[in-house]
Write a protein that binds this ligand. Structure first.
Ligand SMILES: [Zn+2]
Ligand SMILES: [Zn+2]
Length: 165
């Protein structure tokens, strides 16, 4: 989605409300699948010719649990800030990589939101904090119940005994 900043681009002190839904349906980033549109709310503010964005992104994401491999859903929410400046702005802060230089008057909101969300995605995916995972022997999901496997640490000497028996 292109979002045009023209209404405040040349008006120091002007604000522009942001309340949109971005559709990333079917997209997958770092093991997270977008299950709902991303609601983005916030505000653009022109401060001395620079446009500052303070925003919040909310949606539901789907993951696969690292331990039991089951799919689960979780609410995702993150806040972020971004600073934009006009193409013809003075180059005093050219070194700043924190600033996005505008091409024309509109920004690519999809890209801005997506990049900020990716930074905040969880690295660990657990369906619940105490997920018991899968039995390393039979593959049973131990959250659903114990399996019949002997879960003693395996010791090569027992293998020899097993063969004798
Ligand atoms: Zn799990
Ligand atoms: Zn088992």
């Amino acid at each position: 989605m292109k979002f045009d900043l023209l209404p405040i681009l040349n008006a120091d002190g002007r604000r522009l409300m942001l309340d949109v839904e971005l559709d990333f349906a079917g997209r997958e980033e770092q093991g997270a699948v977008f299950l709902t549109p991303v609601r983005v709310t916030g505000e653009f503010l022109n401060i001395g010719g620079r446009i500052e964005l303070e925003a919040k992104a909310d949606c539901r994401l789907g993951y696969e649990c690292d331990r039991c491999l089951e799919s689960y859903e979780a609410v995702f929410s993150c806040s972020f800030k971004e600073i934009f400046k006009k193409e013809d702005a003075k180059r005093e802060d050219e070194q700043s990589s924190e600033t996005i230089v505008l091409e024309g008057t509109a920004i690519d909101l999809d890209e801005v939101v997506l990049l900020n969300m990716i930074v905040h995605l969880p690295l660990k995916h657990l369906c619940k904090d105490d997920c018991k995972g899968l039995c390393s022997n039979c593959g049973q999901n131990l959250n659903l119940g114990e399996c019949d496997c002997d879960t003693r640490p395996t010791d090569p000497r027992f293998d020899v005994l097993d063969k004798l028996l």
